[in-house]
Design a protein around this ligand. Structure first.
Ligand SMILES: C[S@@+](CC[C@H](N)C(=O)[O-])C[C@H]1O[C@@H](n2cnc3c(N)ncnc32)[C@H](O)[C@@H]1O
Length: 267
């Protein structure tokens, strides 16, 4: 690794993690006092650091040959708060079974947060495939993930897979260019859009990244079900506007649910 890259990573770590740690510590101290702070410190840092190697080993036990039921169970479990996902079980199970039929070599996920979908997608990706995540640290609709989770997320790669983590705003041209560079002229088999859930935000992701998807590939959006008028989540508004222009499928567990739902476009 070049000196400049190391310097950038260290600066990013200091800005990102230390700043956040201090503001969180101040909040906890104000609300829960010194004992609360000590308790949280042990729980959050030491507990997480001890548990991470265990979780990496547990994740490795689940392979591409494991059943989708096992893969989904692990991806949705709380895993001590270190790895989980805000997906509805039957919906993500159906989506993964569809994605698997593509034998995908290239998957891009916008919005990773607690890593559950990243883990599950790695288990339907081909053995030499690449999986690229774009997630904005402290982004809306989930908050991104801390820098110390990078080794955990990277460890999801099995066999000769490669996982790249772009911790950046998907709407920035620089992020798009970085992705193109990583793709190195390959097209995307499956694009999962689960980042900025505002109508403009999801539209922008769709406009910017759909051109990288190969003909016959798939683009899926999470949260196509209306989350209510007061919510900022407006994927349903975007989805209902565009879905009829394409061959599409909706995966909705229960028509009365007020969140979730996955919309798929055949590209
Ligand atoms: C709902 S979470 C993703 C959940 C994940 N796919 C799962 O189900 O396990 C949404 C994530 O999108 C990220 N995000 C929001 N706006 C973004 C943007 N403009 N660019 C990249 N990521 C963004 C947030 O930081 C958050 O981590």
């Amino acid at each position: 690794m070049k000196y400049k890259t190391i310097k950038t990573e260290v600066t990013f770590f200091l800005k990102d993690h230390v700043k956040h740690a201090f503001s969180t510590a101040a909040d906890v101290l104000r609300q829960e006092g010194v004992i609360g702070l000590i308790r949280k410190f042990f729980r959050y840092y030491l507990f997480s650091l001890i548990l991470m190697p265990w979780l990496i080993l547990e994740a490795k036990k689940i392979t591409r040959n494991s059943s989708l039921k096992t893969i989904v169970h692990f991806g949705l479990a709380d895993n001590f708060g270190l790895l989980h996902s805000g997906q509805i079980k039957s919906e993500i199970h159906t989506l993964l079974s569809i994605v698997k039929t593509l034998s995908p070599k290239v998957i891009v996920e916008i919005g990773t947060a607690a890593g559950g979908t990243l883990f599950m997608l790695s288990r339907v990706l081909e053995p030499k495939g690449i999986l690229i995540s774009i997630d904005l640290p402290y982004g809306k609709f989930g908050g991104g993930y801390h820098v110390w989770k990078i080794p955990l997320y990277k460890s999801f790669a099995t066999e000769k897979q490669k996982i790249y983590l772009l911790r950046a705003d998907s709407h920035k041209l620089m992020t798009f260019n970085k992705l193109k560079q990583l793709l190195d002229k390959q097209l995307v088999d499956f694009l999962f859009i689960d980042g900025d859930h505002s109508a403009k935000g999801v539209m922008k992701d769709f406009k910017m990244y759909s051109g990288l998807v190969k003909k016959g590939g798939l683009i899926a959006f999470h949260d196509i079900v209306s989350c209510g008028k007061s919510s900022d989540c407006k994927v349903d508004v975007f989805w209902n506007k565009i879905k009829r222009t394409y061959q599409h499928q909706e995966i909705i567990h229960d028509e009365s649910q007020e969140w979730g739902g996955i919309g798929i476009l055949k590209w």
